[in-house]
Write a protein that binds this ligand. Structure first.
Ligand code: MN
Length: 251
């Protein structure tokens, strides 16, 4: 199959390189990724500057391109300028650092997968929790298993999968859990420090309290499981929409 790889850590990052080496053994792979780190840029796109795309490598049927933009730019640009017919699957990652719960909203990894889903394509966002051992090679292998299943069975239009792994060796995980996105891991913390001239500066701290929701993405990876959460692009609250339609007189 034809696979587009992207990420928010840049084309040189070990996570996307592991996916490239894994998938190009059996598939036609094109990597279009930022030319450097773009973590936490969410689903942002570049509208006030030109975008440039540079071919870095060719390995037979597989290519690597670097873009001086954001992850969602990479997806848009590849669909516009590289593909005559869209790829069968888009994989964003493997991100160094989990993308669970509220962090999905800040994540460039998830932003790129959402951009693919908005374009009607099958898409996966893949991340590993930060730790002393982050098994990108093992996770690339598992991602291929998921990719083959998704290509076989499909997903509802505009839905994509957000996959998170715990740190440590992938062959040692306890299993796979289907989960929902927690809303409990919002971080409000900054480190407040002082620069050499006595002025304060702030550094975002990602130290959320442990959540209580047991079926969540965060709980799964904290307990040693791989988490798979289906996410949708349409963020309308249909329950409230129904209530509003009943109470429309109030407006
Ligand atoms: Mn990242």
């Amino acid at each position: 199959m034809r696979i587009l790889l992207t990420n928010d850590d840049g084309y040189k990052a070990p996570g996307i390189q592991a996916l490239y080496e894994q998938f190009r053994q059996h598939h036609e792979v094109i990597m279009v990724a930022p030319n450097g780190e773009r973590s936490a840029v969410g689903h942002g796109i570049t509208i006030n500057e030109p975008l440039r795309m540079r071919q870095i490598r060719q390995d037979g049927e597989s290519f690597i391109y670097a873009v001086d933009g954001k992850p969602a730019d990479c997806v848009k640009l590849s669909l516009f300028d590289i593909y005559d017919t869209p790829p069968d699957l888009v994989i964003s990652g493997i991100n160094a650092g989990s993308n669970t719960g509220v962090n999905i909203h800040y994540s460039g990894t998830a932003g790129a997968a959402r951009e693919a889903a908005l374009n009607g394509l099958l898409a996966l966002a893949v991340s590993i929790k930060i730790g002393s051992v982050m098994d990108f090679e093992g996770m690339a292998g598992y991602t291929e298993t998921v990719a083959e299943k998704v290509l076989q069975k499909g997903l509802p239009r505009h839905t994509f999968l957000n996959i998170n792994a715990p740190s440590g060796l992938i062959r040692s995980v306890k299993g796979v859990r289907l989960t929902c996105q927690t809303m409990e891991n919002i971080s409000t913390q900054f480190d407040k420090r002082e620069d050499p001239r006595g002025r304060s500066y702030f550094w975002y701290g990602n130290m959320p309290p442990a959540g209580k929701m047991k079926i969540s993405d965060d709980a799964a990876i904290n307990e040693g499981f791989i988490s798979i959460t289906p996410l949708q692009c349409d963020i309308t609250d249909y329950n409230v929409l129904k209530e509003l339609e009943i109470d429309i007189g109030q407006f």
